[in-house]
Design a binder for this molecule. Sequence first.
Ligand code: V47
Length: 359
Amino acid sequence: MFSKIKEKVLTGQRLTKEDALFLFHYDDIHSIGELADYVSRKINSNRVYFIINRHINPTNICVNRCRFCAFSRSKGEEGSYEMSLEEILASLREAWQNIGYLSEVHIVSALHPEWQFEYYLDIIKAIRYKFPNIGIKAFTAVEIDYFSKKSGLDIEDVLIKLKESGLDLMPGGGAEIFASSVRNIICAEKISGERWLEIIKNAHRIGIRTNATMLYGHVESYEDRVDHLLRLRHLQDQTGGFLAFIPLSYQAENTDIKVPYPSGIEDLRTIAVSRLMLDNIPHIKAYWIMLGEKLAQLALLFGADCLEGTVIEEKIAHSAGARSKKGITTKEIIHLIRETGKVPTERDSFYNVLRQYEF
Ligand code: V47
């Protein structure tokens, strides 16, 4: 069976659900990785991308209680916080001063019970005004749905207002696992998988590119993962709006779903199968924050072509026990990539090449 799958990949044929399920069970992980690396090189040559970015989470106060999330708090609960506009801008200024520039800000927030949609628009407008050339990647489909409910505007108007305020693209969070049987267990209050896909479809239609994620390693089955990948591939066939796919390795500490962490092999396999199945999504990110640096390096030989970025201050995974650093320097990320034999390639938000660090 593997040789048939290999033949399909080498001749540019699309893999099926059965192929993906086979790959999730197949023992020879090296051959799977080699094949995924072949596809990665075909699409992205020897390049591995990274971006000089800063993550900001304006608040952790959330009306939802997802059982996998250790980041969210209720209003007034110990550890809850809210950032003012000035604090958000100050954190960007500080990052800019330390590094010399920033190419992107990544903003993922929570469903705050009181903040109005206007505040989120003000955040985007202020960043756009103070940092005119920075890429603004902000708000998951889950937040977009919440803005729509809060403001009474329909999804398209919410997206248009954000775009007009300066939003460039959207992160891929909130996708989790699309299957409702899994969502009912891990995040019953969250929008459905179908709604996530519908909002993203709207974003793509009005010209907002997005990423997509998959949170794996909790209660889902391999069938659920494959179903998730197939739904993304199907949407990408229609819109072409996804830039990158990011498998998120579940971090279980301080959460309500206590399972062993996915093994390193499981992480590599998931990256590789994603690369092989998502033949129409150009980039696969190895999110070093959740994988750790060494495993993220290996993932670059198993189909991933992007390491996300400098990040500077990560909160979501670290609330749930991630052991990685919270941020990384440009020098360190270049070194990580170089050690794999690939070419460190600094990018902007849309994967335009800014600089290549040849040997
Ligand atoms: O949607 C929450 C996940 C996501 C845990 O688009 C967890 O470039 C693991 O979406 N263990 C937010 N994961 C982060 C995100 C992201 C990150 C990096 C790059 C991009 C991008 C997007 O974090 C959430 C959820 O799926 N998450 N809790 C946890 N315990």
